[in-house]
Design a binder for this molecule. Structure first.
Ligand code: FAD
Length: 458
């Protein structure tokens, strides 16, 4: 078998491309191994197609809610075919362009699956590849739960549901995390009857409890929500799927056109056969790295979803930047994850940074909360459910966390992210002039509502 040697080998063309670009820029002989489309999960099966579909869902929601603004409008027709074309023409051509852009002098692309066959040795098709430095950026894939009969029915995951050719009348979404929340919003908006089946007692359970409870209450009005429920068996029923459920000891049956599984993600380290190296993984198969993103094997690094830290694109990009610096320069820098935010683009939108109230057991904290509707813009846009909640250290007055549910939450939270990252205090935020009546006034007033001694001078 032919053996090829490189300075740098990058496995996975998602955030791994940040590392391969840096290596090529430095004149290093670089290999990229990618078995699917360039751009990885985010571009092809994750962040971008979901947000494009979510924008369509948001437009539909505006039309459906227009009567409260004095507009009598009617949703005439939803052209799923056209919606699909807009999304996939854009995404597929972006993926092709990214691949084309990477066909440059110092880069060799292998469009195949990689498997480790030795410590630093990879088998790619019928070639062996080795590198002085190897970067494992191979991501995760949807977790498929064990359900009686699942192997005999057609089911979907986030990998393929967004390319569905025909809109289903009924869709059953198994799971209560953010992918469930985002895709339920899409399918309910375009007219499918959505059932969410979740074994927990409230949706988005990792969010601050008040956010999770508010979202669960809103979701229960929009969807057929079945909490504390397990799927025990699935089987084919004509062209549909029969789903047998158990809810608090009671058995129930449901018929659905589509079964969508959103039950977590698992690392691709098994497919990559990381077990054939000395690289250590945790119990779930996520690759273990040190603060410099290096594995226990010198010169072998890992970043992104496969290290299981945050499973977010901005986290994977952050890690790739640090990792490239640490691998290619003389000054190594420890990764800094502080003030890592996240958002959920469902309806209403959700965003969060820092500690939830439930996590603040040991620390003395102060709390502030403000409703959107009690501000000028909140009233103007009729946001009656939204609120901003802030948590502040009682001694230092530094910000410990912020949780938002409501319109534009992922944008609003950014001033708090900047404040947290730079160790600012509540008074730094309050002293900052906020535009009236922009929605950021809700954030400002949440901070003003904190019961604190010594008011700022204005
Ligand atoms: C539906 C959905 C919505 C999401 N929305 C958001 C969002 O709004 N915001 C956000 O921050 N994050 C979001 N994410 C998460 C985000 O997509 C991931 O965190 C990010 O893509 C991880 O990047 P990565 O480079 O680590 O892995 P990936 O992008 O998954 O890249 C890994 C690449 O490695 C390739 N590969 C794997 N094994 C092999 C092998 N053995 N040989 C060759 N190639 C291999 C894969 O084909 C893949 O292209 C979403 C995810 C999903 C599923």
């Amino acid at each position: 078998m032919k053996k090829r040697e490189f300075d740098v080998v990058v496995i996975g063309a998602g955030s791994g491309l940040i590392i391969s670009s840096k290596a090529a820029e430095l004149g290093l002989k670089t290999a990229i191994i990618e078995e699917r489309e360039f751009g990885g999960t985010c571009l092809n099966r994750g962040c971008i197609p979901s947000k494009m579909l979510i924008h369509t869902a948001d437009v539909i929601e505006i039309i459906k809610n227009s009567s409260k603004f004095g507009i009598n409008s009617k949703l005439d027709k939803i052209d799923w075919n056209k919606i699909q074309k807009r999304v996939w023409n854009t995404i597929d051509s972006s993926a092709r362009n990214i691949e084309k852009g990477n066909r440059e002098e110092n880069i060799t692309i292998f469009k195949k699956r990689a498997e480790f066959v030795g410590e630093r040795l990879l088998k790619v098709g019928n070639e062996l590849i080795t590198g002085k430095k190897i970067f494992i950026c191979a991501g995760t894939r949807p977790n498929i739960p064990e359900i009686n009969g699942l192997d005999k029915v057609k089911y979907y995951t986030s990998d393929n549901i967004m390319r569905l050719k025909k809109l289903p009348k009924k869709i059953l979404v198994m799971g209560g995390g953010y992918i469930s929340a985002e895709l339920s919003h899409v399918f309910a908006s375009v007219g499918s009857e959505v059932t969410i089946v979740y074994r927990g007692e409230r949706l988005l359970k990792n969010e601050d409890k008040e956010i999770s409870e508010t979202y669960t209450r809103i979701a229960s009005k929009k969807y057929n929500l079945m909490l504390n429920t397990n799927i025990i068996k699935v089987s084919k029923k004509d062209k549909s799927i029969k789903v047998e459920l158990e809810q608090k000891g009671k058995k129930k049956n449901l018929i659905t056109d589509i079964l969508l599984l959103t039950t977590g993600r698992i690392p691709n380290s098994d497919i990559l056969k990381v077990k054939n190296t000395n690289v250590k993984v945790d119990k779930k198969g996520f690759i273990l790295v040190d603060e410099y993103l290096e594995t226990n094997v010198k010169g072998v690094y890992a970043i992104g979803d496969i290290i299981g830290k945050y499973l977010l694109k901005h986290s994977a990009n952050l890690e790739a930047g640090y990792c490239a610096n640490n691998a290619f320069s003389d000054s190594k820098i420890k990764i800094d994850y502080s003030a890592m935010p996240h958002a959920i683009f469902t309806s209403p939108q959700i965003a969060s940074v820092g500690f939830t109230e439930e996590e603040l057991k040991e620390i003395k904290y102060l709390k502030g909360k403000y409703n959107y509707y009690d501000t000028g813009m909140g009233m103007a846009i009729e946001d009656k459910d939204g609120f901003v909640k802030v948590l502040v250290d009682a001694n230092s007055k530094k910000i410990l966390g912020c949780h938002i549910i409501g319109s534009d939450a992922p944008t609003l939270i950014h001033e708090v992210i900047v404040a947290m990252k730079n160790n600012l205090t509540i008074s730094d935020l309050i002293k900052t002039i906020h535009i009236h009546p922009a929605l950021n006034e809700v954030v400002l007033r949440a901070f003003l509502s904190v019961d604190r001694e010594g008011k700022e001078e204005f």
